[in-house]
Design a protein around this ligand. Structure first.
Ligand SMILES: [Zn+2]
Ligand SMILES: [Zn+2]
Length: 374
């Protein structure tokens, strides 16, 4: 049997001890320093499709605020005499970011598009929003009120989060390529014209339903086929669920799921506006259903996936194995007989019995292949 979830602790942070300011200092200093790097090397460290839409005045203001916050909270933590190393690291990053040009930093030389880039901008913005929106929500509306922000396994999940965001170029390419290479021959221009001429709002609804149906099928395969299950075990290895547990996914899991979901959207020719809308929704909804949030509603939770629906998918209790595969719509599971949502009940434990998956990003990346070799 897996261990019980770690006992919640009310003593992680207390006002006045200085640890909050030390952690905030390091977090803001890192964001500010990373932001300056994006300003200095935009073609290497930012996503071209996103870069052209950035409100630069607002972003430079944000970088200035994070650098100032990193320094200020670092100083405060030193004055409160707790977490000096962490606080000093935040101050050092803020000073380094400022010396490199701060919010006014510009590329050293005009440069064209780099053939290879990292999505550092995508990583920093997502991390900022994750911290800004979900951490306060979980503190106020948490199911387990005192579950730690820095709970067991958070560094592993942050590494998954960083890798999947930094490698955005590779993942977009590998998501779209299989559809074009293997399914181009199915495409019917007349069908595509009819689909893309519908109102974008209607296309968006169709995309979400179709993507969830495809995702349901692929997710079931990941549970049913032994090699795919070893890959997907990485996602199920979390024994604590919160906003960051959504990121614990093997790269192969992400790529196969995204590529498969994209195939029918590509073949039917949905407009890019509807697909981008879906990408925003799925990014948000995937985090929401893993979050430590007690939000649940009778009729709504039968229609749209809530945290309680997906938390049951992660339960280590036998009754919930291979249940609740959908991401957005529980009625898809009801349709196929895989729904498990006892009214008002939450799982008592998460993870996989026997805890076969090692902790750490590298070991988790190699885990499916090592266990096959054995
Ligand atoms: Zn699963
Ligand atoms: Zn999950």
């Amino acid at each position: 049997m897996p261990d019980e979830p770690p006992m919640p602790s009310a003593r992680e942070f207390r006002f006045g001890e200085g640890r909050i300011s030390a952690v905030l200092g390091l977090f803001l200093g890192s964001l500010g320093f990373g932001g300056v790097l994006c300003l200095l090397f935009p073609s290497l460290l930012s996503t071209p499709d996103m870069r052209v839409h950035y409100p630069m005045g607002l972003l430079r203001g944000l970088i200035l605020a994070t650098l100032a916050g990193g320094f200020g909270f670092g100083v405060l933590s030193l004055l409160l005499r707790r977490g000096p190393t962490v606080g000093l690291a935040g101050m050092a990053l803020s000073i380094a970011g400022t010396l490199l040009g701060g919010a006014g930093a510009r590329p050293a030389a005009p440069s064209g598009e780099a053939p290879v880039y990292l999505g550092l901008d995508w990583f920093l913005l997502s991390l900022f929003l994750l911290a800004l929106v979900f951490v306060p929500l979980e503190r106020i509306f948490g199911r387990l009120r005192d579950q730690r922000i820095f709970r067991e396994g958070w560094t592993t999940d942050l590494a998954h989060f960083a890798a999947s965001h930094l490698l955005v170029q590779v993942s977009v390419l590998l998501t779209m390529l299989p559809a074009a290479v293997f399914f181009g021959w199915i495409v019917l221009p007349g069908v595509q014209a009819a689909v893309s001429s519908q109102p974008v709002a209607l296309q968006f609804v169709e995309v979400v339903v179709l993507a969830d149906l495809t995702g349901y099928l692929v997710h079931r395969l990941f549970h049913a086929v032994p090699f795919l299950w070893r890959i997907h075990q990485v996602h199920h290895s979390s024994r604590v669920l919160d906003r960051l547990a959504a990121s614990r996914l093997h790269l192969f899991d992400i790529l196969v799921m995204r590529a498969a979901v994209f195939v029918p959207l590509y073949v039917l020719g949905f407009s890019s506006g509807a697909i981008y809308g879906y990408l925003v929704l799925v990014s948000f909804h995937a985090i929401l259903i893993h979050a430590n949030l007690r939000f649940d509603s009778g009729w709504l939770s039968r229609l749209v996936a809530t945290p309680r629906f997906h938390h049951w998918h992660h339960s280590s209790q036998r009754v919930a194995w291979d249940k609740n595969f959908a991401i957005h719509f529980p009625w898809i599971d009801r349709l196929f007989g895989t729904l498990h949502l006892p009214p008002g009940e939450w799982p008592s434990a998460y993870g996989i019995q026997g805890d076969p998956v090692p902790e750490g990003y590298g070991p988790q990346l190699g885990y499916p292949f090592r266990s096959v070799a054995r």
